[in-house]
Design a protein around this ligand. Sequence first.
Ligand SMILES: [Zn+2]
Length: 81
Amino acid sequence: MPLDEEKTQKVKEYLDDNAGNFSCPICDSNNWQIGDMVSPPNMNSKGQINMGGDSLPLVEVICNKCYHVEFFAAKPMGVLD
Ligand SMILES: [Zn+2]
């Protein structure tokens, strides 16, 4: 789900307050863009996707140089309705 402008700003403020001016672990750039909110599929013990199970919403933070993607939990950022 794409984040609207207000939620994107919340993510930026959260990262400024809690992660500072962090660098990309791949290319060492500190130029990031905020991506979408996503949720990886939950799996059962057999490795099958558990449709409708609990999920962990994540926000993509994408390096503008090498496009490495970091994920941060969305809930503490206050971007869930
Ligand atoms: Zn990078």
